[in-house]
Each structure stands twice: as C-alpha cells, then as structure tokens.
Design a protein around this ligand. Structure first.
Ligand code: R5P
Length: 290
C-alpha cells in the first residue's frame, strides 16, 4: 500500500507514512494563474492499493480531491481508500428549508465515484456516512483530545450545546471529571446566544469541547458566560479548528486560557495529533491487508 497526501493533509500523511511504513507517492500539484489546479502523479501506482488523504474544505480543496481520485483511478490503482480528516459541508446534512440541497449528500455522491472506501474524522453528524454509495466509516478523535487534558487538573468539561453532549460525556469519563452542557441558540451564521443556566463552575477549571470552531462565536459567548459565573481556568477545544476571520482574536479578547484543536486542519492550535488513531482504525479493519 502507498500513500498520496493532498495539499491540506501533508502532516497527517507524513505521520501515517512513518507509522505504517508506507511509501509516499510523488505528485505534482500546482495552480494556474486563473486559480485552476494542475495535478500529476509522478510514480507508477499500477495495481497498487492507495491511501489518499485530503480535506473537503475550503472549496478549492474539493476540486483537488476529485481530480486526484480520478487520476489515481486512471493510473491503474487497484484500490483507493480516501481519508477525509475534515469533511467540509457536513453541516448542511438535511433540508432545513424548501428548495435547498443537502450539500453533504451531493458531495458524498461525487466522492464515491472514484474510491472504494471513505473514512472521515468526527463528521458533524454520523448519518452523513449513509450518503456515500461505498463503504464509509467515521473515527472519533475525542480520546486524543481528552488525553491532552489529562494533566490539566480539570474539574468540568462542557458542551456548548446539547447536541455536543455525547462527546463531552466520553471525554469526562476518560479524564475522570464532571460534564455538563450549555444551552445555545444560533441567531445566524455569526450570532449566538447562550441561555443563562446555573452551572457549577465557580473557581473551577473548565474545558469546553465542540466538534468545530468556525467563527469562534459559540466559544466566545460561552467563555463570557463562564467568566460571569466566575470560572477559574477556561480551555476551549475542538476537533476541527477552522478559525475563520477574526475567530482567534475573538477568543483571545474573551480571555480564555488556551485554545486547542486536533490536526485535521493545520493551524497554530493543532496540538493534538490524530494519526495514531487513524493507524489503529486501519489495522482494526484489516484495510491494510490484501
Ligand atoms: C454547530 O453545530 C457546531 O457544532 C459548532 O458549534 C459550530 O460550527 C461553531 O461555529 P462558530 O465557531 O462559528 O460559532
């Protein structure tokens, strides 16, 4: 088996090729002046099994993924396993209003054309796996994120809304502390409200865990609420750190103590590596044996 890393996922690709002892396939990826992408596979991959890693965010990377999958196929690979550490568009996972499209489904249809298997990390909702027409799996990075907090002396883990409570429940069990959730209402893409709720946070060390930090709105409002209720230390963390626009500035202004994310998307806050979890998963499913 050989590895092809897309431009969003070079570090995970590097880590996986070392831990699995797989050779990396040389590729050439460049952009034309008009922004269109050029892709070429430089090595012979005929009859090889290929592990291909690439995010579907931001949009430009979707085209890279689709073209690379097609190139791998055209080059005569035997089997393609596509790993999508961050599956962008997963939040449009159902019809919210008449006339919309289920973007997560449209994308899944296209991705399924040129792959045998898809694996993604903590998709926003697990039912998006059903949108693929080939076998598809999700891996959870919650254990990796929780391990980061083991020596931080946490008293409580919080979910910013009820929907994220399963993750904090798992984390609290690993860290051996309490968990709770806040009550969030989203007004629009940028504005969030957290309903005042009495949480037992006074003088406590808290970690908030969410699947995604995008504009940072959810976390900033959550930090403000916790500060009002006199929490001691506040860590904000997520699996997928998008940190759009002024997200980091917002979080720093709200005065959290630390920002933590996994490396599904590379940023200054990618402090938690997920390659070991991917390796374990691939081995457990016997994907690496032909
Ligand atoms: C929403 O359902 C997600 O779980 C996150 O809470 C959300 O994407 C965070 O977005 P933002 O950082 O823009 O508030």
């Amino acid at each position: 088996m050989k590895i092809i890393t897309g431009s969003t996922s070079k570090l995970i690709g590097e880590d996986l090729s070392k831990s699995l002892n797989f050779q990396k396939v040389n590729t050439k990826i460049k952009r034309f002046p008009d922004g269109e992408i050029y892709i070429r596979i430089l090595d012979n991959i005929k009859n090889e099994d290929i592990l291909y890693i690439q995010n579907t965010w931001p949009d430009l990377n979707i085209i890279e993924l689709l073209l690379m999958q097609d190139s791998i196929n055209l080059a005569g690979a035997n089997r393609i396993i596509t790993i999508i550490p961050y599956y962008g568009y997963a939040r449009q996972d159902k019809l919210f209003e008449k006339g919309e499209v289920i973007s997560a489904k449209s994308l899944a249809k296209l991705i399924s054309i040129n792959t045998d298997v898809v694996i993604t990390i903590d998709p926003h909702k697990n039912h998006i796996l059903d949108f693929f027409s080939i076998p598809s799996y999700s891996i959870s990075a919650i254990e990796d994120l929780s391990n980061f907090f083991k020596n931080k002396n946490l008293d409580l883990i919080l979910a910013p809304d009820k929907g994220a409570v399963d993750n904090v429940k798992k984390a609290a069990k690993i860290i051996n502390c309490d968990f709770d959730y806040m009550e969030k209402t989203r007004i629009d893409g940028y504005r969030i409200q957290i309903k005042p709720k009495n949480l037992d946070v006074k003088n406590k060390n808290i970690a908030i865990i969410d699947d995604i930090i995008s504009t940072g709105g959810t976390m900033a409002v959550s930090i403000n609420e916790l500060k009002k209720q006199e929490a001691k230390k506040i860590y904000v963390s997520c699996i997928h750190g998008l940190f759009i626009g002024h997200a980091v500035k917002k979080l720093k202004l709200a005065k959290c103590d630390e920002i933590i994310s996994t490396d599904t998307i590379i940023s200054n806050f990618s402090k938690v590596k997920i390659s070991n979890t991917i390796t374990k998963f691939l081995k457990s499913k016997n994907f690496l044996i032909r």
